[in-house]
Design a protein around this ligand. Structure first.
Ligand code: 2IT
Length: 447
């Protein structure tokens, strides 16, 4: 297998699908050497098969807004790879959603889920519906209309969606409510991220951010450092940044920046518990403005329009909002201001040239598919609890999450340790995830 040749073939087949091509290129670059040591993979054309989704559902979603206008959006479910288990991955509601975006996310999800140690395949879905400025009623009507189509594509042993950008507990509630009505199944683990009283797992809302901090703790401990006392920049103020802020604070780090599409909110004294709680109100308002934090806490914060979190001097950056949110220029500015580590919590949060620059300039870097895998891992734990008709305590879930994040970290170290002793977490995560999926595909024959 030659990465260049496969990429040329995919570019010709899927022109303009930039996020998808970027995600594939990153994985292929990392695995090329290992892959070529396995002629049995080449013979079964594992790579050519693995880069294409098993299937993609596309559907029209029609709903009525509060003014009585008929609205039409597009809905999708990309079932990427089921070699190690049922398709599993979130739903993204964002105006920029395209098949390319969901294919990149489904591809990444396949390897991420393999890293979690749990038997979950990879999938992703969503819609170009824009939640910004929508009322709760509009969100409910959209979710119901979306599920009218989606419910035939999913099932607890087939495909289990969850949240992602624009889809949190409220949306999962509306989606699951409609699924129950349509399927007449009331104890299903068909969605994860459910409410605590109707099948949800305790700690699932926090899990992505908690897992990211556990991973960072392990990577720092390996080089004799600690999260306590570090100044941290997060981006966004959604579910992921919220969980990350909570755990960072508990571990003694100081979160000094969050952001939104409107700009950056600096918090020189470090984020407080009240501010962390207020992030939930900010999301629920559907305003999508980080300036609201400044308006609420003007004495303790500073808002700068049009700037990103990466302009704030910090020790560690945690992109936690959207793909490609950290550019080469941002990476340079971070380093200039003293930053020495970047942990992606968002999926593909850094642009490809930024990752290369960060690694070449002696900074520690870890990719989203390892760092943020605690979210989907806890979804996997929710599926187990649903299947067993039980619920675990917070301590039980947290202990399993810890265990999974250390298993992920260990796999990265196993496959990513360089001759000089440093760990290339990109390589480690990609090879570990790839080997597991490739082996399963090989054993299952040409299907
Ligand atoms: O990107 C992700 O891993 C998620 N949005 C969570 C997926 C899940 O199924 O919990």
């Amino acid at each position: 297998m030659k990465t260049n040749e496969i990429m040329a073939m995919l570019q010709a087949k899927h022109p303009g699908e930039n996020e998808y091509l970027q995600a594939v290129q990153e994985v292929l670059e990392s695995i090329e050497d290992v892959y070529n040591q396995h002629p049995e993979f080449e013979k079964a054309r594992i790579v050519e098969r693995m880069v294409e989704p098993d299937r993609i559902y596309t559907f029209r979603v029609t709903w009525v807004d509060d003014r009585g206008n008929v609205q039409t959006n597009l809905g999708y479910r990309v079932q990427f790879n089921s070699a190690i288990g049922p398709y599993k991955g979130g739903l993204r509601f964002h105006r920029a959603v395209t098949p390319s975006m969901l294919k990149f996310l489904g591809f990444e999800q396949t390897f991420k889920n393999a890293l979690t140690t749990l038997p979950m395949g990879g999938g992703k879905g969503g819609s170009d519906f824009d939640p910004v400025g929508k009322s709760d009623d509009e969100i409910m009507r959209f979710c119901q209309a979306f599920m009218l189509e989606l419910w035939r594509c999913i099932g607890p042993d087939e495909d289990v969606p969850a949240g992602d950008v624009g889809v949190g507990g409220r949306e999962i509630g509306f989606l699951d409510g409609m699924y129950r009505k349509l399927a007449r199944q009331y104890n299903t683990g068909v969605l994860t991220g459910k409410g605590m009283t109707w099948g949800g797992s305790i700690l699932r809302p926090e899990a992505t951010g908690y897992g990211a901090m556990y991973f960072a703790h392990l990577a720092l401990a390996r080089i004799g450092k600690d999260l306590a006392g570090q100044r941290i920049a997060l981006s966004g103020f959604g579910n992921v940044a919220w969980g990350a802020a909570k755990k960072a604070k508990q571990l003694g780090a100081k979160v000094v920046a969050i952001s939104g599409p409107d700009g950056v909110c600096e918090i020189p004294g470090g984020i407080t518990d009240e501010m962390i709680d207020y992030m939930l109100d900010m999301r629920a308002s559907n305003r999508n403005k980080v300036e609201d934090m400044y308006v609420k806490y003007p004495g303790a914060t500073k808002f700068t329009a049009g700037k990103k979190s990466w302009s704030v001097p910090v020790d560690i950056a945690f992109p936690s909002a959207f793909q490609n949110e950290l550019s080469l220029e941002d990476a340079r500015e971070l380093k200039k201001n003293g930053c020495w580590a970047v942990f992606e919590i968002s999926n593909m949060g850094c642009q490809a040239d930024a990752i290369h620059w960060i690694q070449d300039n002696g900074m520690l870097f870890a990719p989203g598919k390892a760092v943020n895998a605690g979210g989907v891992a806890t979804s996997g734990l929710e599926m187990t609890q649903n299947a067993e008709h039980i619920s675990w305590t917070a301590d039980e879930v947290d202990e399993r999450l810890h265990h999974i994040m250390s298993a992920i970290h260990e796999q990265c170290v196993k496959y990513g340790t360089l001759p000089e002793g440093k760990v290339d977490y990109v390589k480690g995560a990609n090879i570990a995830g790839f080997m597991k999926v490739a082996q399963a595909m090989l054993e299952q024959g040409l299907v």
